[in-house]
Ligand binder design. Structure first.
Ligand code: FMN
Length: 303
């Protein structure tokens, strides 16, 4: 009860959302996150055609930091349409995630991949390691964000969430462009960097692609600062994503201004049961600190 909240019309039992790409390639994996306690779940990003992604190894960890260059491997729209049917069986709202090389492809994806079953759609304009998409395709500028968000809004009635990169300097300007174009929420944000690990024995980068986006507990302070900045810049709700692994981390995000909290790499650090664990920890923290609703915490660090 304490954790119940609302995001873009979605009724959530708690503010914890499975972030895109960690699991979420299948309906069964979405359900496992929901069963473990997630308030909502996001599918892995889907492109028009099937994509193989980068050559493995594509993920590596060193302590609190994870680095990935998955390269948007996904089955493509036709197979994804077959996979993500009867989504009410997942038990919590399911957020779609679509990618495109340009505004035209985003519009096409929105038109063709969003049947009535999804509760919202996310546009990651922010991947730092996939040529042709996100940051490497210039989608992180105010102009591109405005154009892509506008064309997607024309194609769907679903709430549109724009996912931004913590690498953007003028974050407020990009968030404002998304808001102006009609975005219903900002997801702040994607992975940091890119960065690189080198294997001293092999004398070359650990990831075959060379560099990848940083995630996990080590990026939390950057993500919290970005949420704080975006909360000041726009009126639409913000989903705080990056490095959240505990109830205290989730509370920090809410206090920075997030209305909901994305959780990705923590599934690796604390397994898929992480959603239930964080919900329990957040609820205990709220009781200790005298909060009676999530709403009371949102943006309180600004006061
Ligand atoms: C292995 C892996 C794959 C990811 N794939 C996607 C993806 O397909 N689409 C997307 O929008 N974000 C993707 N992300 C980014 C996450 O959704 C999240 O924004 C980021 O990892 C920061 O949150 P975290 O520290 O909780 O993981 C991926 C992250 C990881 C680690």
């Amino acid at each position: 009860m304490l954790l119940k909240t609302n995001l873009c019309g979605m009724k959530l039992k708690n503010p914890l959302i499975l972030a895109s790409g960690i699991i979420g390639v299948t309906k069964a994996s979405l359900k496992s996150a929901a069963d473990s306690g997630a308030g909502a779940v996001t599918i892995k990003s889907i492109s028009r055609e099937r994509r193989k992604g980068h050559e493995p190894p594509i993920i590596a960890t060193e302590g609190d930091v994870m680095i990935n260059a998955v390269g948007y491997s996904n089955p493509g729209i036709e197979e994804a349409k077959m996979e993500f049917l009867r989504l009410s069986e997942v038990g919590v709202p399911v957020i779609a995630s679509i990618i495109g090389k340009d505004a035209g492809e985003f519009a096409w994806m929105a038109k063709n991949f969003l049947p009535g079953e999804f509760s919202a759609v996310e546009l990651p304009l922010s991947c730092p390691h996939t040529p042709g998409y996100g940051m490497l395709a210039g989608q992180g500028t105010p102009g591109a964000t405005l154009e892509i968000t506008k064309v997607v809004k024309k194609q769907t009635k679903l709430p549109v969430i724009v996912k931004l990169s913590p690498n953007i300097q003028a974050l407020g300007d990009v968030a404002k462009a998304a808001e102006k174009a009609g975005a219903d929420a900002i997801n702040m944000g994607n992975t940091v960097g890119p960065g690189m690990f080198i294997d001293p024995k092999a004398r070359k980068p650990v990831l075959t692609f060379g560099f990848g986006g940083l995630s996990g507990p080590a990026i939390k302070a950057i993500a919290v600062r970005c949420v704080y900045d975006v909360y000041k810049a726009v009126k639409i709700p913000v989903i705080g994503t990056g490095g959240v692994a505990t109830g205290t981390d989730a509370a920090e995000m809410l206090m920075a201004g997030a209305s909901a909290v994305g959780i990705g790499s923590a599934v690796h650090y604390r397994d898929v049961a992480v959603f239930g664990k964080i919900a329990k920890e957040l609820s205990a923290l709220m009781k200790d600190e005298g909060f009676s609703s999530v709403k009371e915490m949102i943006g309180i660090a600004h006061e």
